[in-house]
Design a binder for this molecule. Structure first.
Ligand SMILES: [Zn+2]
Length: 625
């Protein structure tokens, strides 16, 4: 047996997990040699020297001895994966089937390094349609690429599981009903996966307003009108107090009504008390915008001032209950305008989250022009900022008013990525954005995204993880590191093929930004389709796969080539304004991805690409929403 030494304290579940991971991979790396069995392994938390809040590790590894120290147990696990990386392991996509573990000899092990994470917050927020296996594989993958956080959006991740198990928008698959009991088991399994890795567990989001009035499902339409006792708590808009477009979780409350305030605060506090495993609780108001109360009392202040006052109320109750749960506040829609009078009483409890959902992905934050002044706030007549500069203006106004720990919550892999069919452009934007994060005064990045965002590969997300640990890495280094393990000796041809596909792509067009009828877009998509159909057969001939991973990635490229031609054909007709032809091509595309969904399940979220294309791009869905 290997000799293992780790601190015996309450945190040792994570250290034990780190040890299991290390022994598993060493066994594979070394082919189970007898010498490996005699290795001394020390996994320790060095809390005397290092602040546990930020991740750092020191690794010293020799043939006979491995010592990994971390600033907290999670950092020890991060150190284990870093050592494995130095020994040649690669983790290019979620799931063990996608890993590369070389054979090495014991005496080749010499690693000495000491590093700390460049950013405090590094992770992903769940979106899309996800099976339990998708979620577990993703949680497993995050620390392997250097991330430390997982955001299980809403109060429970029910909506994302339902999207998958009901096979929303894919009538070719047979829906599976999850019993409530089974859902509870799934939640527990997800919680355990986050906890045993020590990942920072984020929860919450928009569900609080509806939870406060007794409606427990996020984003779901209510079949009924609010009762009189609920109605008086709702925001008054155009003289009426109703569910906003029928959806309780998109409905704001009247935040000057004492009962509404009390219900909101109590809902959050009770949840925090019942979920001490949650590290960062996101307390946001209702989703949507221009849905703010217009009563006289609410008009006398601003939504952000009301928000800060609610947060102060929550903080006081959490302090009284002895809870250290962090609260994440959101800069988004109405809340982009900073408060005028109110201030947070206990800033150390709070983290600011900047969510520029309406930004463009055609260029990075680092390529910004001069920052304009923010427009005045006009109740229920706001327009969302579109340019990067307008978005940044709001962030800077908040930072002046409220200097707090903060991170960006960004969406490159939430919608925009479907418009970049080569995944190369969006990876480059992410790389540039993360290089420029410090300049924006932000200490991290949480990517709000589909978990199944890996067609043709997961390079964009890989770049997120690797850059958030160390933003000084060049794009070319990451490119070589990633593509060579997936595609072997001819990786450069694949890289250049995918780079060209990205040139014939438009994140913004797919995301609904810009006119739908546009001759330059028609031409772009047409050129793209021609490029793929002419060049893919040539690229395909070059590939000589050597590993099971490379085989799998090549079959994904085959699938992706047809995906590109069908989708680009539809997009080109849409941009030409020829809706009838666009629809015919669109139907072919839907048929193709629905039929193949199970074959390529971990790579493409069929529900989500159809949702985005029919909500934002301009195509029609052939079934009820
Ligand atoms: Zn009001």
């Amino acid at each position: 047996m290997m000799q293992l030494h780790y601190e015996m304290d309450t945190r040792n579940e994570i250290l034990r997990f780190a040890q299991t991971e290390l022994t598993y991979y060493l066994d594979h790396l070394l082919g189970g040699t007898a010498e490996a069995q005699r290795m001394d392994i020390y996994l320790e938390v060095n809390s005397d020297e290092w602040d546990p809040v930020d991740d750092r590790y020191a690794i010293c590894a020799r043939a006979s001895h491995i010592d990994i120290q971390g600033s907290n147990p999670r950092s020890v696990l991060l150190g284990v994966y870093r050592l494995l990386f130095e020994l040649g392991c690669r983790f290019p996509l979620p799931g063990r089937a996608h890993e590369y573990v070389p054979q090495i000899s014991l005496d080749s092990i010499t690693v000495n390094l000491k590093e700390s994470a460049a950013f405090r917050h590094r992770g992903v927020c769940i979106e899309g349609a996800d099976s339990l296996e998708n979620i577990l594989a993703h949680i497993d993958w995050l620390p392997k690429i250097g991330c430390n956080s997982f955001f299980l959006q809403h109060l429970e991740p029910e909506a994302f599981l339902d999207n998958w198990y009901s096979h929303k928008y894919n009538p070719k698959l047979v829906p599976e009903e999850l019993s409530n009991n089974r859902k509870q088991q799934i939640y527990q399994e997800i919680n355990r996966a986050i906890a045993c890795r020590g990942l920072l567990h984020h929860r919450g989001g928009h569900g609080w307003t509806s939870q406060a009035i007794g409606f427990h499902h996020a984003c779901v339409r209510s079949g009924q009108k609010p009762s009189a006792s609920v109605q008086r708590l709702l925001a008054e808009i155009d003289g009426r107090r109703e569910y906003w477009n029928g959806v309780p979780s998109n409905t704001n409350l009247c935040y000057s009504e004492p009962d509404a305030r009390r219900a909101f605060e109590e809902t959050v506090v009770q949840y925090a008390q019942a979920h001490p495993n949650v590290d960062y609780l996101h307390v946001w108001l209702a989703d949507e915008y221009n849905n703010i109360c217009e009563c006289d009392q609410c008009r006398a202040t601003t939504p952000s001032d009301q928000y800060i006052s609610l947060l102060n109320g929550i903080d006081a109750q959490l302090t009284a209950s002895g809870l250290s749960t962090h609260i994440v506040l959101l800069l988004y829609q109405e809340l982009l305008w900073p408060p005028i009078k109110e201030k947070l009483n206990n800033p150390s409890r709070f983290t600011l989250m900047f969510a520029p959902i309406s930004r463009t992905f055609s260029r990075s934050y680092s390529q910004r022009g001069s920052i304009p002044p923010i427009p005045p706030y006009v109740r229920n007549k706001i327009e969302l900022p579109h340019s990067l500069e307008e978005n940044i203006a709001f962030l800077e106004a908040w930072q002046k008013q409220c200097p707090l720990d903060s991170f960006i919550y960004d969406y490159p892999l939430g919608r925009a990525h479907y418009g970049d069919l080569g995944y190369h452009h969006i990876a480059q934007i992410i790389w540039q954005d993360i290089r420029g994060l410090r300049e924006l005064g932000l200490n991290g990045y949480i990517s709000c995204q589909e978990l199944r965002a890996a067609s043709p590969n997961a390079f964009p997300e890989y770049v997120i993880g690797r850059m958030l640990w160390n933003p000084s890495q060049s794009f070319e280094t990451l490119e070589e590191e990633y593509y060579s393990v997936l595609y072997g000796v001819h990786w450069q041809e694949i890289c250049s093929y995918l780079t060209t596909i990205s040139k014939y792509s438009s994140c913004d067009y797919f995301n609904g930004i810009g006119p739908r009828q546009d001759p330059s877009m028609e031409d772009l998509w047409k050129q793209g389709e021609l490029f793929v159909s002419r060049n893919y057969p040539h690229v395909r001939n070059l590939l000589h796969t050597q590993t099971p991973l490379q085989n799998q990635m090549v079959s994904l490229l085959d699938y992706h080539a047809k995906y590109c031609t069908l989708l680009m054909r539809a997009l080109s007709a849409l941009a030409a304004g020829d809706n009838q032809t666009a629809n015919l091509h669109w139907i072919n595309f839907m048929e193709y991805i629905r039929n193949a969904e199970l074959d390529f399940q971990p790579y493409l979220d069929v529900y989500r690409v159809l949702e985005v294309a029919t909500k934002y791009t301009g195509f029609s869905l052939d079934m009820p929403r």
